[in-house]
Ligand binder design. Structure first.
Ligand code: ASP
Ligand code: MG
Length: 404
């Protein structure tokens, strides 16, 4: 059998009947050089409509029925896309999650993929038929429908690519690829031809929204090369490669930023073993993701402990911390919602000093105060005032000449 490519089409790519027709054309062309397996999202806006509809009989619908309802958008688009292919003389068959045994855990709305019946998919391919598989959906051991979380079709596509040993997973979307930063903030941001998997992981984790973070983690774990490209314009997109394609890595490949964050500081907590665990344990038990964590140098065995979380978790975290007041014995709880994180990411940082100081200098010359600095091998994250994000990103983009 010739090599298989998985193609995934997002909501805007299949947003209308005309769009579905264009996508069918892309698939038909690709099927001339490779075996193709397709994963599809719901038509753009449809999942939101279903989520709203689910509230018709109360704000807290039954979780099983919620997933049964919101997963139907993908059922519609997969069947329609199969019909579009038929109209072009291409053999195609739609498949729901249960038809290909896309087995998941039973945590509704955030189910995790366990496995998928690769043989079933490969048998269809072997028959010169293109399987059009619903993204986002899963099925439990007991046969109940689950969903993988918003944007989950990317993960479906990468998981299937891994299981059927596809040579690549192409993620078609409404942008031309991965850019050095968000072009709506920096108009001369440049599309990247390639980026390494680890750079993409850092960028996605820090707010670059083009591909779902979980999908990139999956791709990294199962070694699936991913390409991000537009279904609207021709072009080569961006290859997210497993190994470095270029001899010399860019110092900075991209700048990501996140605005909807909140910073919690526990002022004057005991600098004793177990304090960090006492604070973050209950937060992780509540499945809340913590981003930057900093603990300061201590004076008189007292220290300040600061971390950031997404704004949507603000109330839950505040409540946990207030409940912990006596146990952790902090003096004051300081909450700041007007913050943002800006991150520079580049595999070349590893071998080159001076990136951080160059960034700090550029920001200081532009009156951007940095509240927290946090680094990894290939990333520098700075917490700044939310109102200054666009300016900071532009300054850094210029400073590192990313438009070139
Ligand atoms: N249709 C689902 C959503 O809008 C899944 C996806 O598009 O990836 O979140
Ligand atoms: Mg999406």
């Amino acid at each position: 059998m010739s090599e298989i490519v998985v193609q995934k089409f997002g909501g805007t790519s299949v947003g209308t009947v005309d769009r579905i027709d264009s996508v069918a054309e892309i698939i038909k062309n690709a099927s001339k050089s490779n075996k193709i397996v397709v994963v599809v999202s719901a038509m753009g806006g449809e999942t939101n409509r279903l989520v709203d509809l689910a509230k018709a009989f109360g704000d807290d619908p039954d979780k099983r029925e919620f997933d049964a309802l919101v997963s139907t958008g993908e059922t519609v688009s997969s069947a329609l896309l199969a019909m579009a292919l038929h109209s072009k003389g291409v053999k195609a068959k739609s498949f729901s999650a249960s038809q290909i045994s896309m087995r998941t855990t039973s945590s509704y709305s955030k189910a995790k993929i366990l496995d998928v019946d690769a043989k079933k998919i490969l048998d269809v391919v072997e028959n010169d038929t293109i399987p059009i598989i619903t993204g986002f959906q899963g099925v439990t051991e007991g046969g109940d429908v689950t969903t993988l979380g918003r944007g989950g079709s990317d993960t479906t596509a990468v998981a299937i690519a891994a299981q059927i040993e596809a040579i690549r997973c192409d993620i078609y979307t409404d942008v031309d690829g991965i850019f050095t930063t968000d072009p709506s903030v920096v108009p001369n941001a440049k599309k990247l031809d390639s980026i390494t998997m680890e750079e993409m992981l850092e960028l996605a984790g820090q707010g670059a929204k083009v591909v779902q973070t979980r999908a990139v983690e999956f791709a990294n774990k199962y070694k699936v090369p991913v390409k991000v490209l537009s279904s609207f314009n021709d072009g080569n997109g961006t290859l997210i490669s497993l190994k470095d394609e270029s001899m010399e890595n860019a110092l900075v490949s991209g700048i990501a930023f996140q605005k909807d964050l909140v910073k919690f500081t526990l002022h004057s907590v005991g600098d004793t073993p177990g304090t960090a665990f006492k604070i973050l344990g209950p937060i992780s038990d509540a499945e809340i993701e913590v981003d930057v964590i900093v603990q300061n140098v201590s004076i008189d065995d007292k220290t300040d402990f600061t971390f950031t979380v997404s704004n949507e978790d603000k109330e839950a975290v505040e409540k946990i911390l207030i409940d912990l007041k006596t146990e952790v014995n902090y003096k004051e709880l300081i909450i700041n919602s007007d913050i943002a994180e800006v991150s520079l990411v580049g595999a070349g940082m590893r071998s080159q000093a001076g990136v951080a100081s160059k960034a700090f200098k550029a920001l200081s010359e532009n009156d951007v105060n940095i509240q927290i600095i946090c680094t990894s091998e290939i990333k520098i994250t700075m917490v700044i005032d939310e109102a200054l994000v666009d300016k900071a990103v532009n300054v850094l983009h210029d400073e590192f000449e990313l438009e070139k």
